[in-house]
Design a protein around this ligand. Structure first.
Ligand SMILES: Nc1ncnc2c1ncn2[C@@H]1O[C@H](COP(=O)(O)OP(=O)(O)O)[C@@H](O)[C@H]1O
Ligand SMILES: [Mg+2]
Length: 162
């Protein structure tokens, strides 16, 4: 997940085997310990693929003491007891147009809210994305168990090079 300097490698997909829930949680813990304020983690994957488990790990890595539940019905849960605030969103129940009307960019721009980590389940439903983010795709492979693919996207960086 990290290169020699300890930074998450940009644009390079990394594939990890997650044999059990603990492995998923531990991946989250590493992210929670290392991601800077303003990071957006887009979680993609079927129901039951481990998205909430990963966010629970992120919360643990941030040192959040409250229990982290799935925000399927509440849409967003905010936690402020850790190193950085955690904004946990779940777009499962939304259409893209509804998500657009929510001005979710408020969370990653960090203008009206304190900059923190934004973790979004069902990020496939986001109608727009921040200029940089970490996308984590969780899949189930019958012969292999669960697999996570991580890819750090930095479009602001890309634009600078064109
Ligand atoms: N790597 C894994 N291997 C096996 N089971 C897992 C793994 N990661 C999570 N789980 C389990 O799968 C179930 C659903 O996980 P959850 O995080 O709620 O998924 P999602 O939020 O994607 O719907 C939970 O019981 C969780 O413990
Ligand atoms: Mg979930």
């Amino acid at each position: 997940m990290t290169n020699d300097q300890g930074h998450i490698t940009k644009n390079l997909p990394i594939t990890l085997h997650l044999p059990n829930p603990e492995a998923t949680r531990q991946l989250g813990v590493q992210l929670g310990q290392s991601l800077p304020a303003g990071s957006v983690v887009l979680l993609e994957g079927e129901l039951g693929s481990g998205k909430t488990t990963l966010v629970q790990g992120i919360g643990e890595g941030l040192g959040i003491t409250e229990a982290i539940d799935s925000p399927t019905f509440t849409l967003i849960n905010e936690y402020s007891s850790g190193r950085l605030p955690l904004y946990h969103l779940d777009l499962y129940r939304l259409e893209s147009a509804e998500a657009a009307a929510l001005y979710l960019e408020t969370y990653w721009e960090g203008v009206e809210v304190e900059p923190g980590i934004v973790a979004i389940e069902w990020a496939e439903r986001l109608p727009y994305k921040p200029s940089s983010y970490l996308v984590v795709q969780l899949t189930y492979n019958p012969s292999f168990g669960r697999v996570a693919t991580l890819c750090a996207i930095d479009q602001s960086n890309l634009t600078g090079k064109i």
